[in-house]
Design a protein around this ligand. Structure first.
Ligand code: PLP
Length: 446
């Protein structure tokens, strides 16, 4: 067994972690994960726990998916890298594109543009949205609208449409021309409206008002997560996303569905947009596209957008955007194997069934513990507990108590993620009922 204290020391002196204070690594050392099996992770001290986080919302098929591992190994032997910039392509990415086109056909998406992850996918969609309007002859459409509480990654474009100050303040000034509307978040909202359906209508009205204020002809796109993820798992009322779609269509605004978390089954449907019966103009995917085994993403593009780009005779549609790793053959091979397993195992169905069990177990915990102010879920395997120090005033819980809860839950058999006052659960979609119970029992002990 490795010496965990020495490793923690080396970790603190040699690297900075995303989303953490650099000085924190010594005072509050991270768990050193050295192995994984099925839906569990194993730390440097040999402690094995169910991963209630699913890596980072991405390891949908668990850590032992042999077909993906084999596909990666075989592709490394056949062709470890070649670019897909103009002039070259590879057979793995061609096969993957055909598969994705079929998979997302019900969402009306017929082309893929490849990226190295979620932030790249968001950046790509934001850029292509502006270009679309330029190609169409509406160059004044440059602004973006998004939801407060939304998370769209960390590049400057994505950070500019992010709706949470934690990911913005240190990096201001961000991109001009980005405006946010209230999220349909019944537990806390500026309208003091607790009824989800009425709240959805108020938020839709706020969107209409913002469009009227900015001028529809200045707005390129509205970007949203079908279910807010990192912002605390906030599912909107079922009328919300169709309402957004309708408003966007009426105003010539493109709808970008940021499905970096929700695509490939997490909500119980194959995409979050499909879950709400909506066809977006762009869909950002990443994470579960390779089960987290290779950094990869794809922006799927709707056929009406495709027609505008491919029908261009002026040259304006030439794409001046892309990544060295766009269409990476190893990522493509991983994604091909991952998609085949995702479909074969029908993980969306298991996500819906296990998600319902997890959600009702969390609701039972709320009856038991005053500190659980809100329980959210009910749409596949994405759930959250929002913790408060006082239920009546809804004062958020402090860092200390929620950190202790996370630690005790871990000692009792489950890794959960803490983000602000929220305990977030996004386990692998191949979870069993017994694993759900392990998570609930560990939380109960916490
Ligand atoms: N968009 C959403 C909805 C996300 O949840 C995330 C990451 O969690 C991103 C974008 C950014 O993805 P990445 O961290 O792969 O860049």
């Amino acid at each position: 067994m490795k010496d965990s204290n020495f490793l923690k020391e080396k970790n603190a002196r040699s690297l900075w972690h995303p989303m953490a204070h650099p000085a924190d690594s010594l005072a509050n050392p991270p768990t050193i994960v050295t192995g994984a099996e099925g839906v569990s992770i194993i730390d440097v001290d040999g402690h094995k726990v169910v991963d209630g986080v699913g890596g980072l919302w991405n390891v949908n098929l668990g850590f032992s998916c042999q077909p993906i591992k084999d596909a990666i190994a075989a592709q490394l032997e056949q062709l470890p890298y070649y670019s897909t910039f103009r002039g070259t392509t590879n057979d793995a990415v061609i096969e993957l594109s055909e598969e994705l086109r079929e998979f997302f056909e019900p969402d009306g998406l017929t082309r893929a543009f490849y990226t190295s992850g979620g932030s790249d996918s968001v950046e790509t969609a934001l850029r292509l949205a502006r270009q679309y309007h330029k190609v169409k002859g509406e160059p004044a459409r440059t602004k973006y609208l998004s939801l407060k509480k939304g998370y769209h990654g960390t590049h400057f474009g994505g950070a500019s449409v992010n709706g949470n100050a934690n990911f913005r303040t240190a990096y201001e000034p961000l991109m001009a021309g980005c405006f946010h509307i209230p999220a349909p978040y019944p537990y806390r909202n500026p309208f003091n409206e607790t009824d989800p359906e009425k709240l959805a209508q108020l938020c839709l009205q706020a969107l209409e008002d913002e469009i009227a204020f900015q001028g529809a002809g200045t707005i390129a796109a509205f970007i949203m997560e079908p279910i807010l993820g990192a912002g605390g798992v906030i599912p909107p009322h079922k009328s919300f996303m169709p309402g957004v779609r309708d408003i966007c269509t009426r105003n010539g605004i493109l709808l970008i569905a940021d499905e970096v978390i929700t695509a490939f089954g997490r909500t119980g449907s194959w995409s979050g947009s499909r879950h709400w019966g909506v066809k977006p103009d762009f869909m950002c995917t990443a994470k579960a596209i390779t089960n987290g085994y290779f950094p990869f993403g794809a922006v799927m593009i709707a056929d009406d957008v495709v027609q505008v780009f491919e029908g261009d005779k002026t040259g304006k549609a030439a794409i001046g955007h892309g990544y060295t790793y766009s269409g990476h053959p190893v990522g493509a091979a991983a994604a091909l194997a991952c998609l085949a397993e995702t479909k074969r195992l029908k993980v969306n169905e298991n996500a819906a069934a296990r998600g319902a069990e997890l959600f009702s177990g969390l609701q039972a915990l709320q009856d038991k513990y005053e500190m659980i102010g809100d329980v959210r879920g009910g749409h596949g395997l994405m759930c959250a507990l929002e913790l408060v120090s006082d239920r009546a005033s809804k004062a958020p819980i402090g860092k200390g108590p929620i950190g202790t809860l996370q630690e005790v839950t871990y000692q009792n058999g489950a890794m959960v993620r803490v983000s602000g006052p929220n305990v977030i659960l996004s386990p692998p979609l191949v979870l069993t009922s017994a694993d759900v119970q392990t998570i609930l029992t560990a939380l109960d002990a916490g």
